[in-house]
Design a protein around this ligand. Structure first.
Ligand SMILES: [Zn+2]
Length: 170
């Protein structure tokens, strides 16, 4: 497992001078450090978690967002008990997205298990842009996806403004 801090630091729970300097300099955050330590702790007991690489971690409105290496969110989702394990270790909702995926890929991670029909860019008259996401089907109460929170995550993590619509109106 790779994390924003050294594997050894994550294991013992103390930052070496190099990682401490990164934290003080702002190239990594307290959330990165906290998430690294929690994931490494889980990886000691669960070898599947040792396979993933954490690139960054964010806190958005009380939830954690783990930005993982390409393919990792998919492999974690394939084993739903691992996802639950991560959430119980973090003691809050944990979103997992790809760090270097395309925008569409990251949106698919965020809205999973909903399916995206289209993703396109809408230019506003003032020159700013919005990303318009149309989700297949219609909105149901059991979609388990907090759309407002998905928008905040895209804004905080990727700097992207979203409009989310459903394919079918009620
Ligand atoms: Zn270190």
């Amino acid at each position: 497992m790779n994390t924003p801090i050294c594997a050894f630091d994550a294991k013992i729970g103390i930052l070496c001078p190099k990682c401490d300097a990164k934290l003080k300099g702002g190239s990594i955050s307290k959330i990165d450090v906290d998430a690294s330590m929690k994931l490494v702790k889980l990886a000691e007991k669960h070898s599947e978690i040792d396979e993933i690489d954490l690139l960054r971690a964010f806190e958005v409105d009380g939830d954690y967002v783990l930005v993982l290496k390409t393919g990792d969110p998919l492999s974690l989702r394939a084993n739903s008990s691992l996802g639950k394990l991560v959430e119980s270790e973090f003691d809050r909702k944990v979103w997992m997205i790809e760090g270097d995926g395309t925008d569409r890929r990251v949106l698919e991670d965020l809205f999973f298990p909903l399916k995206l029909l289209t993703v396109n860019i809408v230019w506003l008259p003032d020159g700013s842009k919005l990303t318009r996401v149309i989700i297949s089907g219609k909105r149901t109460d059991n979609s388990h996806v907090d759309l407002g929170q998905s928008k905040r995550i895209m804004k905080d993590v990727r700097g992207m403004d979203l409009i989310v619509e459903f394919e079918k109106k009620e």
